[in-house]
Structure formats: C-alpha cells, structure tokens
Design a binder for this molecule. Structure first.
Ligand SMILES: Cc1cc2nc3c(=O)[nH]c(=O)nc-3n(C[C@H](O)[C@H](O)[C@H](O)COP(=O)(O)O)c2cc1C
Length: 329
C-alpha cells in the first residue's frame, strides 16, 4: 500500500501530520509524535509581535502602568509569557530537526511584512523544511476593503518568497468574499501551499462581568465540513499543495479530506485528546479503507470525490436547494 504524499514539495510517508500548536513545544513530545507515527510536524507559531517588539526592544521599555502604553500592551501576553523569544524559537527549530527525521515546518503568525520577512531567513537557516504563514487577520476596521486586504496578503507572500527558498504554505481563515480567487492570488504570488482553515476564535460574553471571555475549545468532526467543501472546490483549480486543518478526529475524517483533495492532513485537537499514538490509528484506518475499496496508492484517492461528481461551481446552487429540501420534521 503506497501512502506516500508530496506536500509543499516534501515527501511524506503518509498525509497525517501534526498541526501548529504547543504539541511540538517540548523535545520529548516531538519524539513521541514521530514514534506515534506523525508524518511531519508543524511547530507552534512565532508571532510577529514577538519579533517586532524584541527587535525594537520596545516592550522592555514600556511600562504597562504608563497610560501611554497600557492600551497597546493590554491585548498581548506579558513577553515572559510568550513561550519563546525569537532567538529561542530558532534554537528550538535546530533541536527539533536534530531530534527527528520527519519534515519540520516552522510557523510565523503575522499580518505585516515588516519585521519578520527578514526573520523568515533565519528560520530557513535554522533548518526548517518549510514555513507556514499563519495569517490571522480579523478585518474589524470598516474602512479596510476586501481588495486592500487581499493585496496585503498577496504582497506578504511575495515578500516572503523573496526572503526564503524553502516552501511557504499560507494558513488562512475562510472569510473571504471569493476564497477561490484569494487562493489563486496566493499561488500566483509564489505560495507553495494552502492550509485551510484558520479557526476564527470568537470570544464569548460573561454576563456576570459583562466582559468578553477568551477561551479555546478543542474541535469536533463537525468543523471539517467547511474545509471539505473548499478543498473539493479548489482541487484541480490550483496547482499548489492543499492541507486541511480543523475537525480531523477519526480515520474517516482523514479519508474524506483526501477524497476532497488534501495532500496533507493536520491534526491538533485529536492528538491533544488521544495522544501521539492516534497517528497510527489514522494511518491504519486509511490502509483498511483503501484495502476495502481496492486502492493501492493515495494518488488514486486524492480528489476522487470531485472526479465523480459534477463540477463544484455548477452544482453549488443545485445542492443548496436539495439540502434545504432534504429537511424532514
Ligand atoms: C492549544 C492550541 C494552540 C494552537 N496554536 C497555534 C499556533 O501557534 N499557530 C497556528 O497556526 N495554529 C495554532 N492552533 C490551531 C491549530 O493549528 C489548528 O488549526 C486548529 O486547532 C484546528 O485543528 P484541529 O481541529 O485538528 O484542532 C492551535 C490550536 C490549539 C488547540
């Protein structure tokens, strides 16, 4: 059974990999993830604010009690609570690379090219096999237009691709008017892959304190349906690699993602819940299913959904109407 897949030009033993998270924060866990069967590891993100603050040494000179700076600093954890300084992040990449044989993908999270497209070079020099650019931008300013944001993202990818020669994947949220167009823009800017989707963390409201409450919940398989829809819509329309993140909990979820067109399948919540050994469960589940269907390679499975059904764009309204009509009391 040939489970090999190529993701961002990297050869992976199978599609199931660790998504960006604290899972790879400690070397012993990193080794357990490889032993558990992960095909690659994405490290937790280094945030643009960590780089820009350290570069300008701003944060050290800002007094959080000084009204001038209190507002700017309020939203960020204290610098000591960011897990690693940029220098320590680079050192972590080196150590992880020494510790495992599977590909290691570093992750940068930011929205401006300023400080960290330069820093991306250091990441490549530290030995990362690829870079995942996590664009977490919530367009709260009503004066910010869609095309302006999309241009910014495209320019960011262009800058990064000038800065590094390692492959660059872009992790995006789903909230674009025309996600397919954004995906193609990223590809034309040189992006080697898309990771869909960034979760949009939405604070709850505590009615006792009347304040927003930040919390993070692990996902369930229900979250997978949105990325599945977009994977199948993009498959065949972009040449870059596609990875899914969000809601992959079981082997069936992983199989669905590959059927829809994924080259890489990232898991975080399922591994936090079940431990690194869950990668072997995913892999074995895939093998069993492929055997039952008579498939011998991942290539035969990838995007098969799309090949069997009507083109997504033609079918979109028809399936919407059929979905609404399928409801029974
Ligand atoms: C505790 C935690 C920390 C995370 N940290 C990061 C991060 O640093 N960078 C990033 O791109 N995504 C981060 N994520 C998001 C995951 O990479 C992933 O996209 C998300 O959890 C959905 O995948 P899942 O359903 O497999 O959990 C984090 C998720 C969790 C649960």
């Amino acid at each position: 059974m040939d489970l090999k897949t190529t993701y961002l030009g990297l050869s992976l033993a199978h599609p199931f990999m660790v998504g960006a998270s604290p899972l790879a924060d400690h070397l012993d866990t990193v080794k357990r993830l490889e032993d558990g069967g992960a095909a690659a590891i994405a490290l937790g993100s280094l945030f643009e604010e960590q780089i820009s603050m350290e570069e300008s040494a701003r944060i050290h000179h800002m007094d959080p009690l000084d009204p001038e700076f209190a507002g700017a600093l309020a939203a960020f954890p204290h610098p000591n609570r960011f897990l690693r300084s940029p220098g320590a992040y680079l050192e972590h990449i080196r150590r992880v690379k020494e510790a495992v044989r599977i590909p290691v993908i570093a992750s940068l999270n930011g929205v401006s090219a300023e400080a960290w497209s330069r820093f991306a070079r250091n990441i490549a020099q530290a030995g990362a096999d690829a870079l995942e650019l996590n664009i977490y931008e919530v367009a709260l300013d009503p004066r910010d237009s869609g095309p302006a944001i999309e241009r910014r993202i495209r320019d960011l990818v262009i800058d990064l691709k000038h800065a590094v020669t390692i492959p660059v994947a872009v992790k995006l949220g789903p909230f674009f008017t025309a996600f397919g167009h954004m995906a193609r823009e990223i590809e034309m800017a040189g992006g080697d892959g898309l990771v869909i989707f960034n979760r949009f963390y939405q604070p709850d409201i505590d009615i006792a304190t009347m304040a927003p409450v930040l919390h993070i919940e692990l996902s369930t398989s229900a979250e997978l349906l949105l990325p599945l829809r977009w994977l199948s819509a993009l498959h065949g329309h972009v040449r870059c690699s596609l990875a899914v993140t969000g809601g992959v909990a079981t082997p069936a979820d992983g199989i669905k993602a590959i059927l829809a067109g994924a080259h890489g399948v990232q898991l975080v919540s399922a591994i936090l819940r079940n431990g690194p050994g869950h990668f072997s469960v995913m892999r074995q589940g895939l093998i069993d299913w492929m055997e039952s269907k008579g498939f011998t390679s991942i290539e035969e499975v990838r995007g098969r959904l799309e090949r069997q059904s009507a083109p997504a764009d033609l079918d979109a309204r028809g399936s919407y109407i059929r979905t609404l009509q399928s409801w029974t009391a």
